[in-house]
Design a protein around this ligand. Sequence first.
Ligand code: BDP
Length: 328
Amino acid sequence: MSSRHMFGAALAAACFAVLPVTGVAQQKMVLKATDVHALGYPTVEAVVRMGAKLEKATSGRLSIQMFPAMQLGGEKEMIEQAQVGALQFARISVGPMGPVVDELNVFNLPFMFRDEAHMRKVIDGPIGDELLNKLTAAPTSRLVGLCWMDGGTRSVYAKKPIKGPADLKGQKIRMMGNPIFVETMNAMGGNGISMGFNELYQALQTGVVDGAENNPPSLLTQNHYQVTKFYSLTGHLILPELLVFSRKSWDGMSKADQNLIKKFSREAQLEQRGLWNKMVADSEAKLKAGGVQFVTVDKKVFYDATKPIRAKYGAKHVALIKRIEDTK
Ligand code: BDP
C-alpha cells in the first residue's frame, strides 16, 4: 500500500472511531464509501444518491462520505479496509471477491451469461439474493453483501485487432486479480497478467502489458484508449459489480439502520442501470470519436477455447450453473 493509501485508510479509521460500538441508534455516523471510479461514474453516483436518501430519512444522522477514484487504493486494498472497518461501503467488481467466497466465481466464468439482460435477470432474482447472503455468511468475507450493480460486458483492447486466439499470441493482457481470469486469457490465446486497476494505466503506457479488457466506460474514463486503439468485441465476461459493507461496522449498527441501508441498496441496484445504459452509449460514441476502432469478433471461437475453464472451475457448482442457465 502506498503512503497515500495508508493515509487514506488511517483517516477513514479515525473518522469512524467516534461512532457507536453497539446499538446507540441516535448517534451521528459518517459512513465512508469508496470506488475505483471517479465522481459521476454510474456506480459512484448510485452510492452518492444513496447517501442523500440516508441523510433525508434520518434527518442527517446517517450520511455517506465518498472517496472516489482509487483514493483509498485498488480493489484489493478496498476489500481489506472494509474488512477491518476502516471504511464501510466498498463498491468492487465480483472478480476479486471470487477468491474470498468461492460460489461467486460462478459469475466470473467466461461466457457464463448469454447477454446483459440475462445477467440482470439473475442478479435481480433469487440467485442474486442467495449469493449476497453467501457472501455475508462466509466467515472468510468479513463483509455484508448489499447489492449488485451493472458492470456491462468486458472485451479485449490492445494496440492491434484481436479477431482470434492467434492474434493474442505473445500479448500480455492485464486481468483482474483472480486466477480464473488469468487462465481464461491464457485459454483465449494470450498471456494473462494479474494486476490492480490502479497500476494499469502506467503499465499500458510503458509496455509492461500490451492490452487489457474491460467495458467501454472504463476504457474511456481511465484513458486507456489513448494507448490502445483497437477494442475487439470478445465479450468474454459479463461481470456484475458488488456493493459490500464492513461486517465490523455493520454489527455496531441498529437493526433499523441496517434495514434502511438494505432497502436503499436494493433501490440503488435498480437505479444504477439507467445511469449505466446512458454511460455505455455515451462512452461508445466518445471512444469512436477518439479514434478507437471497434472490431467485430466471432465469439464462438473464444467460447470454445475457454471450455476447459468452465469445466475446471464450474465442476463444484453444477447445480447453480444449471439454475443460471435456466433463468430466462
Ligand atoms: C471495472 C470495474 C471495477 C474494476 C475494474 C478492473 O468497475 O470495479 O476494478 O473494472 O478491471 O469495470 O479492475
